[in-house]
Every structure is written in C-alpha cells, then in structure tokens.
Design a protein around this ligand. Structure first.
Ligand code: ASP
Ligand code: MG
Length: 413
C-alpha cells in the first residue's frame, strides 16, 4: 500500500509567561507529547522563561555601567541564551515522558539572518536538519528569536521575535499551520477591559489583524506580515485553558469576515505636535520630518491644512514616549525652515474601526462620527486607509468612544 498523504506538520510557539517555571514547562510538555502521539509532526518554538530577557538586559547594563552601551554582538549572544534555557528544559521534560525529542538553537535549525544585531531579519531557512529530525519521529524544540548571520555570529530578531521564528519555520516547512499559545485566549473585537461586551473572534484576515496588532492586540506585527506573504494560517490560543482561539488566515471570507467592521483598535499613547505658520512651499514637510526619521521616531497621523496666506499649520502624532524628543528635533529646525511656533500635547488616543468589508461601502465614516458625537466625544484628527478609519480623541474619552462604536457597528455579544 502507498502512504496516503504526507504527514501533517504543526509549528507551535509558547511565549515567555507560558514557560516561566518548571511546573508550566512540564504541563506544556505533556500536552506536546499527547499531540505528537496522534502522529502529527511537531516543531515547537519557545521564548525565554518569564522576564529572563529583561533580566539579561539589566545584567548587561550593570556590568558596563550606565553610560556605556554593551556591544551589540555580545548582547545578541547573551540574549539568545534565554531561549536556549527554555528550549533545553522543554526537551528534557518531554523526554521524561518517553517521547523522542531534540532541542535546536536557531543556528542548528538553519535560520540565517542579516547582520543587524538586535533586530535582525531572517534571510533564509535551511530546513534539512528539521526535516531529518521530524522524519526520525522526534519532536523538535527550537529556541526562538535567534539566528546566525553570514559572519557566523549569533543575532536576535528584536523583542517579541519568537512569533516571527515560529511563522518563518511554518513557512519553510510548509506546515499545515502555526499555533501561537499565550496568556490571552484569542483576538477580541476590542479590548475587553474597556468594552465588557467585546467578543472573541473565531477568525480574522491577515490585513485586519495587522491593523489590530499595530494598534494594540498582542502579536508581533512582523510575524503577521510574514504569515500573510507565505499564507500560513495562524491560530492564537490560550496555553493553559482549553477554549477555542482565533484563526488568522487569508482564505475565503466566511460569515464573520464578511462583517463590514471586524474590530475596534485602541492605542492610548498618542501625543501630537503642531507646527504653526509653516511656509507653504515644496520641501517643508520632508524637511520637518527627516530628522525624526533619522532618530527612529515614527510619525503617524499627519494633517496639513491648505494655506490661504502662504503659511499653513502642520500637525502630526507620535507615541507619547517620543513626544519630547520629537518636539526638540522640530525646534532645532526653526533656523532652516521658517515657521512661527511649535507646540506638543499629550493625553490623546487613537480609536479605529477596522474591517476589509468597509472597502466598497460608503457611510462607515458618517456612522463612526455620528456614534462618537452621540457619546459626546470630540474628534481631534481623522485619518483613513482602505480598511481602517481612525479618529484621534482625548485619552479620557476612550471608554465612551470604544463602547459607542462597538454598539454602533453591531459587534456586541
Ligand atoms: N525573549 C524575547 C523577548 O522577551 C523574545 C520573545 O519573547 O519572543 O523579547
Ligand atoms: Mg519574552
């Protein structure tokens, strides 16, 4: 008889809080064994235990003293050890349940990256070793968030990078899906702590998830981008509770995806910078924002009014933490770019309605603005993309705004 089909392969990822102590590691190890015994090929990516990455960073700073930055190369090798600890311990736990298992570093798993220490990008994955271990019937545990650059040095993928490792391995192995296990049990229509009627979504599209992720819901946006490019279905679910999670995918829109508005994304750390009386001529916007880009400050909502007397106001938002620095950088340019004054204001938030179903329908903006006004919420700035409408409001207004929108777009459970 011929083998009916290729064996199913699943890539799982467990976050730091899921593997923060020996007991949790044993609990997960048992679950992994049960799943492996159904005949599924299992690759499991783990993050460093609990806050151990933060602890390693603190240690590095302690040995160099406050005023010297640790070498980025040494830092990456140091941080990669956090994931090696959890990966090897997980393999030992699984072995104690009589399951064949092997743990691999990122390097051993064939992950090659560019040389940008601290935020390396994956360049390629050679899946030979992984495939060989799977074929031998072993569960493969892979240390997350790390790889090797061309010079043979260890790199890390940036904070929260284990999600990216997992999705990349799933793509390289053409796995059936990637499962991200964490301390939340899925993706919600909005933050349930702010809107009590928020519902867990059964599924969400990649694009929508990207909007939800960059605006608050937990998952590394880079990993979602990667999943979208390689069409890897990603399940986000709870590590310890046995409840259905949320499937992120790009398949045929079914009932729920057809909904015009899928969720309300919230970002409560917004500040705005207003540059008044800016000369209205080419090069001004670029000139103002270039130094911010060079300083790594990302600018979000940008509004520029048309001018009537040759001068205009130019307003943009940044994250609250970067507002002071952004303000100083703009001030420094008053000599080269003529403007009257610049001010900054914090205490703002972004409230967005997100959904691919909005693309061709008129009226969503009007419904949104009406709902906000009925809740007595004043809109400061507005911006839109094809699948999102965002309003900047006062941070204190977020609960009223989010609840009103959740009801207006029929998302309540
Ligand atoms: N341990 C790394 C971090 O804390 C990577 C990860 O958790 O995904 O950022
Ligand atoms: Mg972590």
């Amino acid at each position: 008889m011929v083998e009916a089909s290729r064996r199913q392969v699943i890539v799982q990822k467990y976050g730091g809080s899921s593997v923060s102590n020996a007991e949790k590691i044993r609990t997960i190890a048992r679950k992994i064994c049960d799943r492996a015994r159904t005949g599924v090929g299992m690759v499991v990516v783990v993050s460093a235990m609990g806050d151990s990455t933060d602890e390693l960073i603190a240690l590095a700073q302690a040995v160099t003293g406050e005023h010297v930055n640790p070498s980025l190369r040494e830092m990456d090798t140091l941080l990669s050890t956090g994931e090696l600890v959890s990966a090897t311990l997980m393999a030992m736990a699984i072995h104690s349940f009589d399951q064949d298992v092997v743990s691999l570093s990122g390097q051993q798993a064939g992950i090659r990256t560019d040389a940008t220490h601290g935020s390396a990008r994956i360049a390629s994955i050679n899946n030979e070793r992984l495939t060989r271990e799977l074929d031998a019937g072993r569960v493969v545990i892979v240390a997350g968030f790390q790889g090797l650059d061309e010079a043979g040095d260890v790199t890390t993928l940036g904070r929260g990078g284990s999600d990216t490792t997992a999705v990349a391995l799933a793509a390289a192995l053409k796995a059936d899906r990637c499962e991200i296990y964490t301390d939340v049990d899925g993706i919600y229509t909005t933050d349930p702590r702010i809107v009590p009627t928020a519902r867990k979504l059964k599924e969400i599209g990649y694009e929508e998830m990207l909007e939800m992720a960059s605006l608050g819901a937990k998952m590394n946006p880079r990993s979602i981008e990667l999943a979208a490019v390689y069409q890897v279905p990603v399940l986000v679910a709870s590590t310890f509770e046995d409840v259905p999670g949320t499937l992120i995918h790009g398949g045929e829109p079914v009932m729920e995806l057809r909904r015009a508005v899928t969720g309300i994304a919230l970002d409560k750390n917004v500040a705005k910078i207003t540059v008044r009386g800016v000369m209205d001529r080419p090069g001004v916007a670029g000139g103002l924002l270039r130094p911010l880009a060079e300083a790594g400050i990302s600018v979000d909502v940008i509004v520029q009014n048309t001018s009537d007397d040759g001068a205009t106001d130019f307003t943009f938002t940044v994250s609250e933490a970067e507002a002071q620095r952004a303000l100083e950088l703009i001030k420094q340019q008053q000599e080269t770019i003529a403007f009257r004054d610049v001010t900054s204001g914090g205490g703002l938030a972004k409230v967005s309605i997100v959904g691919t179903g909005m693309q061709n329908g008129p009226g969503y903006a009007a419904t949104m603005f009406t709902a906000l006004s009925s809740a007595n919420v004043n809109i400061d700035m507005i911006t839109t993309s094809e699948i999102r409408i965002t309003c900047i409001v006062k941070r204190d207004d977020v609960p009223a705004a989010a609840n009103a929108l959740h009801t207006a777009f029929e998302l309540d459970s």
